[in-house]
Design a protein around this ligand. Sequence first.
Ligand code: SER
Length: 318
Amino acid sequence: MPSKILIIGACGQIGSELTTKLREIHGTENVIASDINTRKLDLVNSGPFEIIDAKNFNAIKDCCKNHNIDTVYLMAALLSATGEKYPMEAWDLNMNSLFHVLNLAKGGNIKRVYWPSSIAVFGPTTPREDTPQHTICEPTTVYGITKQVGERWCEYYYKKYGVDVRSIRYPGIISHKAMPGGGTTDYAVEIYHEAIKKGTYECFLSEDTSLPMMFMDDAIKATIDLMEAPGENLTIRSSYNLSAISFTPKEIYESIKAQMPDFKISYKPDFRQAIADSWPSSIDDSVARQEWNWQHSFDLDAMTAEMLRALKKKYHAS
Ligand code: SER
C-alpha cells in the first residue's frame, strides 16, 4: 500500500515545494495538499486539494478519514515577525494545529507526523556560535515560544503515546518559488527579487547580522530524509538542529554583487533587528549528520547563482 500523505499549509513557502517533491516520490494522487484558501492556483489545479483551516480539528480529522491518510506534514504557522504583531493568533494557530494532529495520531490512524520547529526556539541566553543540540532555550518571541513548547509536546506524545513525530529546527529558508511570509529571515529572499527587479535593496537588518540559512532544495531534502530514516536511529523527538550556511546581509550582498556589479544595498533596521539579535549565528547539527546522514549541498555562492538564474527567468518572462 502506498503512503497517503496530507500536507497542511501546502500553499506556503515550504509547503508548496514539499508538495511538489512528495508528489514526484509518492504519486500525485497519494499526496493531498490543503490550505486555508486557494491562493496558489497552480498547486490547487495540479492534484488533490482540500480547503482546511489548521485550527479546525474536525476538518483535519474528516480529511484524514476520507483519504485514508497515514502521514501528515503540518506546515501551517505564523512566523516570527507576524507573531509579534498578532501574538494570540500565533499562539492559537501554532499550538492548536499541533495538538489536533498529535491527538489524531495518538488515536492510531496516522502513522507518522512531521512538524517543523525553528532556530527561534533559541534566545539571547543561548550560546550564539555553533549552538549545540541540547542547550539553553529561552526564546523571546511568541513564535519561538510556540515552537519551544511544541517541541516539548512532540517529545511528550512520542514517549507517552508512541506517536512517531519528527521535526527539524529550520534556519531561514531561501527559495525562488513561493515567497516567505512574515519571518525575520525573509530579507535573504527579498534581496534577490529586488536585485533583479530594481537593482537596489533596503535591508531591514544591519549589515553584520549573521544568521543560519539554507537553500530550499536542501531543506526539502532534509525533511524527506528525516521522514524516511529508520525510527530506531532517531534519538531526538523534540527537534533536530539543522544547518547549512550562515551569512550576514553584507555577505549576501557581496555574493550578488559579484554577479551583478551595479547592485546597491542600504540598511534600515526595524523591529526585526531585535529578533535577529536574539537568535544564534551558527548551529551545530552534528546529531542530525550522525543519525540520519544529513548533508547540505548549497553554499552561499551556489545558492546565489541558482536564485539569480531562476528569478531572471521569472521576471524577464513576465
Ligand atoms: N524563518 C523563520 C522566521 O524568520 C525562522 O524560522 O521567522
